[in-house]
Write a protein of this length. Structure first.
Length: 196
């Protein structure tokens, strides 16, 4: 993504909220990091299931369970790894970053869905401070492990606090295969042109 000089990468710190807005302890991080879910590295061609409270780099699983997908298991949007928001149950991940109250921030992310499922439509939501900010849906019909069909989603929010928690949660029920998230980026907007 090409950025104008009016946009700078958001700097980050701590304090997570779960999907329902309940406070959850979080490790402090120095900046928004690992938007492509590269840490920890998962063995090639496999995945690792992470339950609530587990961490994947600076992201924390805030509810349910997710699958961290290793290189070569399926096509990643960026880097080698991605996250399936449904493991044994629908799950959610979140990361907290430092924000300046009153400043607008733009979030972009790549969305796909696990194609190995009977029900093709995967749904979820992007969360800001535990509140539903953007719903999303992805139809996996015709998609394969080597052609995931990622689409870029984007939204802008205005920070209310010195830290903000960005999260992604599945709303796909009764499935061990859900929406797939990768290549998450957060940029602050110093002018209106950045947020268009």
């Amino acid at each position: 993504m090409l950025l104008t000089r009016s946009c700078v990468t958001a700097v980050v710190a701590a304090g997570l909220f779960g999907v329902a807005g309940t406070a959850v302890a979080a490790p402090t991080v120095s900046r928004f990091d690992d938007g492509s879910f590269e840490y920890p590295a998962v063995a090639a061609g496999t995945f690792r299931t992470l339950g609530a409270g587990a961490a994947t780099g600076p992201w924390k699983v805030t509810s349910g369970a997710v699958d961290l997908i290793g290189a070569g298991y399926w096509q990643a949007a960026e880097g080698d790894q991605s996250v399936d928001l449904n493991a044994t149950v629908p799950g959610a991940v979140a990361q907290t970053f430092t924000t300046t109250p009153g400043t607008a921030y733009t979030v972009t992310y790549s969305l796909a869905g696990n194609p190995d499922a009977v029900s093709p439509v995967k749904t979820g939501r992007a969360l800001v401070d535990g509140q539903n900010f953007q719903g999303f849906s992805f139809d996996t019909t015709g998609r394969t492990l080597t052609d995931m069909g990622y689409v870029t989603r984007r939204f802008t929010f205005v920070a209310n606090n010195p830290t903000t928690t960005l999260g992604f949660a599945s709303t796909t029920p009764n499935s061990a295969r859900g929406p797939v998230i990768d290549d998450v980026r957060v940029h602050s907007c110093c002018s209106d042109s950045c947020c268009r």
